[in-house]
Structures are given as C-alpha cells and as structure tokens.
Ligand binder design. Structure first.
Ligand SMILES: [Zn+2]
Ligand SMILES: [Zn+2]
Length: 279
C-alpha cells in the first residue's frame, strides 16, 4: 500500500515539475524524501497541509495556513476566536438555523491554502485538485463515517462557467476518493459520488464582494434537482471549495431537503476567516 501511494505521489509530483512554486514561480530545492510519505488509512487522520503541499509551494508561499481546529461551531463549523472550550453552536446558527445539519472545512481561507485554491480555480492548474482532494478526504474521514453518507454531490457550476474553466473544481476534489478508499484498505469503497443530481440552471453574478443578504438573493432559485429519486430518503454530503456566508450550500441544502433528502451535510476545503466567531 505504502509503495503504491509513494509511487503515485512521485508520478504526479514529477509530472507537474514540483520544484517550481505554483504561486510565485520561483524554483526551489526540495528534498524528495519529504514527499515520499506513505498514506495509510490511519495517516489520513493526522495529514497536514505541509505534508501534502510542500512539493508545490516554496517556503515563503507556504506561510500562514491555518487548519480548522476545535473549538468550532458544531453546526456551521466556523472556528471560534477563543482557543479554549468545547465545540458548541454559534450565535449565528441559533439566530438563523442553517438548512444543512453540519458543515466542516479543512482550513481557513487564508495564506497558503487560499493561494493554492486560487491557483486551482483561476490559474488553470486542475492537477492541484488531487493533493487538495486528499486534504479534503482526510477531513471527510475525520468527521463522517463513510458508510453513513449515501450520496456525495459536488456543487455544480453553470455550463457557461464550466466551459470557460474546463472543469468543476468541486467534482475534481472528490474524483479520486473511490480509488483512495479502495487502495487505502477501507472496508467500504466510496462509489456514491454523483455530479449530475444537482444542476445550476441560472448563471449567477460573481459573489466576490457581496454581503450575506445579496448572496442569498443571488443564489435563490439557481439550482434544480435533476434526479430526485436518487436522493429520496438519503443522507447527502455537499462538496464545495470555499464556504463564505454559506448562501450557496444553504440554497442547495434547502432544495435537496425539499426534494426528499433525509439530511444534508457540507464539506468544503476552506471557510473564510472573517467568519471567525466569538471571542
Ligand atoms: Zn512561492
Ligand atoms: Zn454556527
């Protein structure tokens, strides 16, 4: 198993010329040994951003990544500013209950993680979906029992944007999960990823710079469920790259629940920092 994963990592790191920083473009020396970590099922739990990304980023671009840690909101998953105490529900989720049951994110949308997500989405580096997808997979395993997730749905892009970008980053992030769950010796093989159930019927304006209310309005009526039978009575996990106000996943979750899903959870690579909550 270790051999396979080492080999797999070597192949894709070599293929993308890993000694050139994806963010600033400088060449940097990296000790190959550092990338030769083997990933077993148990290693997933402690997998860190540095473990996975050090072949892609120079040391100066590798700064300031923050992994989401407790205490965080037990519903929306946003970290509390205070680093003491247990997870509990935040004021925002009490005031306005979300339409999903729980959301979790791998890290804060800041520093190196933010730069890497930008490179993936806006600078045409779809190969980054593989290492980022592995981090997302580790977060999935930390927070869910795969047997109890019936359908995994990546948040879709509108056809126009899909054509322009050439790929849907949310789908690319989970594409390798079935292979990994198989190779890592999971007793349950993930084979329930379905990018076709949910569709985006309207093209929306870019949400960058929009406030919460504007985002909610912008997302209203944007999605449709193409195959409601596939989600009836099922526990659904929605996948997206970044959770900002939650307007997008909340709209999807509300629609999926209306169409018969038993529950909807959300997993994203990152959530924004300005939503650090409390003191
Ligand atoms: Zn750099
Ligand atoms: Zn919350």
């Amino acid at each position: 198993m270790r051999f396979f994963l080492k080999k797999f990592y070597k192949i894709f790191l070599d293929a993308v010329f890993p000694s050139r920083c994806i963010v600033c473009g400088i060449f940097f020396t990296c000790d190959n040994e550092r990338h030769s970590f083997g990933i077993e099922k148990t290693d997933l739990i402690t997998l860190s951003f540095k473990n996975v990304m050090e072949g892609f980023l120079c040391s100066s671009c590798m700064q300031n990544y923050v992994e989401v840690k407790s205490p965080k909101c037990s519903v929306c998953g946003f970290m509390f500013r205070s680093r003491e105490g247990k997870d509990h529900i935040c004021g925002t989720c009490i005031k306005k209950p979300a339409k999903f049951e729980k959301a979790r994110a791998y890290g804060l949308y800041d520093g190196a993680l933010r730069k890497t997500i930008h490179c993936l989405k806006y600078y045409q580096k779809p190969y980054l979906a593989e290492p980022l997808g592995l981090l997302l997979f580790s977060e999935f395993i930390r927070n869910w029992d795969p047997k109890k997730v019936h359908v995994i749905i990546p948040v879709p892009l509108h056809n126009g944007r899909m054509k322009k970008r050439g790929f849907n980053q949310s789908f690319q992030l989970v594409r390798k999960w079935p292979e990994w769950s198989n190779k890592m010796g999971f007793d349950y093989i993930i084979d329930n990823i379905d990018p076709d159930i949910l569709r985006r019927k309207k093209r929306t304006k870019s949400q960058v710079g929009m406030g919460k209310e504007e985002r909610v309005k912008n997302m209203r009526g944007v999605f449709e469920v193409a195959y409601p039978l596939k989600i009836e009575g099922k526990k659904v996990l929605l996948i997206d790259d970044v959770l900002t106000t939650g307007a997008t996943v909340n709209e999807c979750a509300g629609l999926l629940a209306k169409k018969g899903a038993q529950s909807v959870d959300v997993l994203t690579l990152a959530h924004t920092e300005r939503h650090l909550i409390g003191r």
